[in-house]
Design a protein around this ligand. Structure first.
Ligand SMILES: [Zn+2]
Length: 247
């Protein structure tokens, strides 16, 4: 029963995070009713049920039949899974509340980065502050404190040397927060995993779009979403890749 409640609650929050991610910095308020971006029709309650509406309406607007982005159900499902998986960790309830809150902000970053290829300062600074508070409250080894700054310096150097081509400075701030929040073992694993998922995704994209001129090696794929997925997986699977890889 708890599982069902967590999944439903997570999907509802996910549907809210979709709206936050899309309206952030757009001048639109969060309070306004949801509407179809194509025909402007206000959505009825049965068009707003997380995950289900998308599939019942076959991914189309009820009125104008325009396609609705896959982003909506995917983010709702992802949020539901994040809620359930973090809740099931063997941590105190306070740890879990903090982590779930942080991941809600990470999801907004993920949506925004996918769309605009930039990570808003307001969001990433909130995450850095939240992560420092988390470390202060729950403690950690010296290396847990240093993981974030080490990753920040590494990403900052790559940004500097590649003159922003390999990755944005926003990614450096993002890994600072991930390292601080997750500590050494999970933090470093998150970044290694992020690289792997990103590389796998890049290869897949090249294979799928081979021949077409839609994409080149230089096509900009935002890195933030992969880092965030890596952070989630490293946390819930209790990974320590740095340890595994070095011994
Ligand atoms: Zn419409």
């Amino acid at each position: 029963m708890t599982t069902v409640i967590l999944l439903v609650f997570g999907a509802i929050i996910g549907s809210f995070l979709n709206v936050v991610g899309l309206r952030f910095n757009s001048g639109l308020s969060l309070g306004g009713r949801s509407f179809c971006p194509h025909c402007g029709k206000h959505l009825k309650w049965y068009e707003l049920v997380p995950v289900l509406s998308f599939f019942v309406l076959k991914g189309k607007c009820f009125k104008c039949q325009s396609k609705i982005s896959w982003q909506y159900p995917l983010i709702e499902i992802l949020t539901a899974l994040i809620f359930l998986s973090i809740y099931n960790l063997q941590y105190t309830i306070y740890n879990k509340i903090f982590l779930i809150l942080a991941f809600c902000i990470y999801i907004v970053v993920l949506i925004y980065d996918l769309r605009h290829k930039i990570i808003p300062d307001r969001l990433v600074y909130s995450l850095i502050i939240l992560s420092i508070v988390y470390r202060l409250l729950f403690g950690g080894t010296l290396l847990d404190w240093l993981a974030g700054p080490i990753l920040f310096v590494f990403f900052g150097l790559v940004w500097l040397i590649s003159r922003g081509r390999a990755m944005g400075f926003g990614d450096a701030k993002l890994v600072l927060s991930i390292g601080l929040l997750l500590g050494a073992a999970h933090g470093f694993s998150a970044i290694i995993l992020g690289f792997w998922i990103g590389a796998g995704f890049g290869l897949l994209l090249i294979l799928l779009l081979r021949g077409s001129k839609k994409i080149t090696m230089k096509s900009e794929i935002p890195f933030g979403p992969f880092l965030i997925l890596g952070a989630w997986l490293a946390l819930i699977f209790n990974l320590d890749l740095l340890h595994v890889l070095s011994f």
